[in-house]
Design a protein around this ligand. Sequence first.
Ligand code: GLU
Length: 467
Amino acid sequence: MGLGSSSPVRVRFAPSPTGHLHIGSFRTALFNWLFARHNNGTFLVRIEDTDLERSKQEYVESITQALEWVNLHPDEPAVVQSERIKEHERILQELLAQGKAYKCFCTQEEIVARAGDSAFISYDGLCRTADQDTQKPYVIRFKLPNITEVSFDDLIRGTITFAADQLDDFIIARSDGRPMYNFVVVVDDHAMGITDVIRGEDHISNTPKQILLYQACGYTVPNFAHIPLILGPSGDRLSKRDGATSALAYKKMGYLPDALVNYLVRLGWSHGDQEIFTREQLIEFFTLDSVGKKGSIFDIDKLNWMNGVYMRERSAQELVSYITTELDADFVAALLGWDAAQIERVVDLFKERAHTLVELIEAVKRLHDGPPHYEQADLDKWIEPETKEHISELIEVLQVHENSSIDVLQDAIKALAKKLGIKLVKLAQPTRIALIGSSAGPGVFDMLAVIGASQTMARLSRLRDLK
Ligand code: GLU
């Protein structure tokens, strides 16, 4: 066990605000949060905004919003890396003073020329000892100690070893004086008391450099865990087309936060065959041992399925309240003439079939407004020459029963089918098409009960009178 593992767990999620919170990073945040909660530890956020050209405040805000949307709150105020620059510079000077880093005046051309044909252009250490012309611009390099390898026990991947010849005296501050990424990460992780660094596997190659810097600064080296990437269906890195978009885009597409969390945690982590977990269960069961070593393939169908499961678990009232606060503030207002109970009945009807809240909203509005068009395939299949006649008869039955209960009306329609010598479906499907434009939908009597006989008659006439 490393020293780090005996102190209370402190982890951080360290996004760079150069874009919205991508779902890959979002999953990294979740794994950190779950690890902290499982170990009664502390979850921190650090905004890595030292790339001043590419970092934007709007991204800091959208990342924060995305974390808030799924209730991942840092336990202490977020640390902003650019505000710590003085501290970074102070430690840099210490390393220089201790001879653990040095100024390098070589130009890139000089370094390349001296490196010859070697594949890895490593710095030859000339400025470790050469006389220095302080008029020239310089970078600051880390003086690689005399080692043969750097090795660490990754909590997910096991032992990872880098031979020393894969490393050189790497740059820790640019010629404009700005400290480099690997250096500031180490200074900040130490200052924040980070015990476990959990991040994407694209950072594995930074880890040996960071370990050497920890040691040079006299800091305790934390544990490391590198999470495999999320892959597209072809096994390559997830592309935009396959779903590599921001967490907030999934919110807009109508995924419930808990469903997206459940889906993303299962993408790369497992607990037996269980698919659906409450947040409490995730906290209880989550360990890094159960994170797979291989990349996981993003599967939008599974996310849709899971979101459907979560939608059905919610009451209509909860869904309406979520929709109006998070997705569509005008949702209720647009359903003119329907009271809360009616809206909830319709939400209950449609939530059985919808995969996303956006689908649900559209379906509810379609029943309210009437279909903007009819599905051609459904017309071809269900509207036969004699159907218009049947619809007229159906309208007459509805007229008679305008004020009857839905049960009485249902019996009357069944009786009509019998009288016409047709199956009930031959009346039900055209009615469904008249009501919502499609033969796929909730029970026709359920919809009829909500929108009433007179509205149904109007829509049936519209369909009958279609050319
Ligand atoms: N800022 C880095 C990123 O967004 C994370 C670095 C780290 O976790 O150490 O990929």
